[in-house]
Design a protein around this ligand. Sequence first.
Ligand SMILES: [Zn+2]
Length: 248
Amino acid sequence: MKLTHDLYVVGGGRFGFGLSGVLDCHVFVLDGGSELALIDPGLGMPGDFDTILDNMRQDGLDPKRVRKLILTHYHCDHIGAAAEAQKRLDVEVFSSRFAAPVIRSGDEKAVALDVAKAAGFYPQDFHLPPCPVDRELVEGDVIEVGDLKLTAYETPGHCDGHLSFHMQGRDRTYLLGADLVFWGGRILLQNIHDCRIDAYASSVFKVEKLDFDALVPGHLQISLRYGKEHVDKAAAYFRQLGVPPNLL
Ligand SMILES: [Zn+2]
């Protein structure tokens, strides 16, 4: 589904547009002209990545043009399909430096898969396949996807090693915020080992300083203009020493 000249959404489940597996996060393709990048390929239940590839073809995007796979954070609804995507598309894989060893080893405890399974979020037979990571990102690193330029920001809080990306597009700027801030200023706190409220607030204050038009989160509504309003709302709650409304 084409959203702008730069951005397509090609997957997503119950908390998205119902384009692929029910548990998939929003799966995005960036079109930089000379190449494409895939952001967060979803959970990767059997057959779901085929659906994502079909969605791309229906949008006129040739999967062979995808050269980069960018992973925002290590939760399974975002990266479960990373190993399959890497193998099938032969792409260069990017993640935060913090998340890289966890993704390479498929460390299910580090990504809180054990407690998420116990809570009924994922099927009992799901396992996280290890995926190679080629480039480890830290604050300020820049990824070029053809004409597009993405700057990485370390935004822990939802979980450790979480990245958000500021992107300069052709006719607007974007915050690719993954699970940092959602429409209406909501956030996603979970009772897991690396979800931290103080870090969450600092991350929201960090992206509050950036200028951007579109807020492109990992689930639910997407704002193509006035996206900053949602981050400003979340920041206002934190500034009052409160907590923004939670998705769960
Ligand atoms: Zn998450």
